[in-house]
Design a protein around this ligand. Structure first.
Ligand SMILES: [Ca+2]
Ligand SMILES: [Ca+2]
Ligand SMILES: [Ca+2]
Ligand SMILES: [Zn+2]
Length: 332
């Protein structure tokens, strides 16, 4: 992996061009940037061998629209260049840790711990029909989250619950002024603390999250936002067993979708999740969309299947979460 700096240079060049176009953030520009980055990558035979990157956010939206599906998850994913940069930063952190006996030390590598959770209920008035979740639902959600992460070494402890009535924040979607205002007003704790917001976001979305690698640049935006009716017992069947939160916290811990990148290249940067060409919906047993060994990981929390279908993280995902938390959150 010699050329991540080159990738970043290309990325910045195209990013700067887009800024120069003053708000002209058209899909065409983003496509050009992705393509240019990919073409640099494909100079390395061992790197990506296909410039199609399904799980760029734009490609994913196009795929879903073409197949009559709405997007479940509004998480803004890093493009190929950023994914490669993050990969190199994780490796560098692990290397520093191994050398930490040397003068100057290195970063600690942690494999689990208790994460404090600050829970922010955004409602449009009183009653669950206005998103004002009863305490029992929040307790149920914490239990679902802790059960899902039980094998990873990570657990979640509810530290506080606050409730805000705000019609604008109630329907906030990713990347809006309402999101920024809500998080700026309510976020608590530091890089290692989970801020969990619930609202009624709309756009067909169930939730969105920020990545650990985003924290340093935009600390106030850090956290997950989850559709209130996806919490256990909510009205968003078949997505009402609380695993939207599991999925969004997976992003917050550093995981990508299992279908990231499609069949080729590094996919989700986790070696023990079989590559998958596209998101799976429902619970399609035996789905196998890539020729690489293994059926699609449809029971994985980072796919798009029904809550009743998703039940697992892999050892490789656990390792990636540990690594990302160590690099970007622990002690930061
Ligand atoms: Ca772990
Ligand atoms: Ca994989
Ligand atoms: Ca396969
Ligand atoms: Zn997602």
């Amino acid at each position: 992996m010699r050329n991540w700096r080159e990738l970043v240079a290309v990325s910045l060049m195209f990013g700067a061009a887009a800024v120069g176009c003053a708000n002209d953030d058209s899909p065409g520009d983003l496509d050009g940037r992705e393509r240019a980055v990919c073409e640099v990558l494909t100079n390395e035979p061992s790197e990506l061998d296909d410039c199609r990157d399904l799980a760029s956010d734009e490609e994913l939206e196009r795929y879903l629209a073409a197949h009559g599906k709405s997007n479940k998850c509004g998480t803004s994913h890093p493009d190929i260049a950023m994914r490669e940069l993050i990969d190199s930063e994780l490796a560098e952190h692990a290397k520093l840790e191994r050398q930490s006996a040397a003068p100057g030390g290195g970063g600690a590598q942690v494999s689990g711990g208790v994460i404090d959770v600050y829970f922010h209920v955004i409602n449009n008035g009183t009653g669950i029909e206005n998103g004002d979740l009863p305490a029992a639902v929040i307790t149920d959600q914490m239990n679902v989250l802790n059960a899902a992460y039980a094998g990873t070494g990570w657990s979640f402890a509810l530290r506080s619950v606050d409730r805000t009535t705000n019609a604008t924040w109630y329907t906030a979607t990713p990347g809006t002024a309402a999101e920024t205002a809500m998080k700026t007003a309510l976020r608590q704790g530091g890089a290692a603390d989970l801020n969990f917001y619930t609202n009624n976001m709309g756009d067909g979305l169930l939730g969105w999250a920020t990545f650990p690698s985003d924290y340093a640049r935009r600390p106030k935006q850090d956290g997950v936002v989850v559709l209130f009716s996806s919490l256990p017992g909510g009205s968003s069947s078949p997505y009402n067993l609380g695993d939207t939160a599991t999925h969004e916290v997976g992003h917050w811990m550093g995981l990508y979708h299992t279908f990231q990148g499609g069949c080729k290249g590094k996919g989700d940067y986790v070696s023990d999740t079989a590559p998958e060409a596209s998101p799976a919906f429902g619970c399609p047993q035996g789905r196998n969309t890539c020729s690489a060994p293994g059926d699609d990981p449809i029971t994985n929390f980072m796919d798009y299947t029904d809550d009743s279908c998703m039940s697992s993280f892999t050892a490789g995902q656990d390792t990636r979460m540990d690594s990302a938390f160590s690099t970007y959150r622990f002690g930061k």
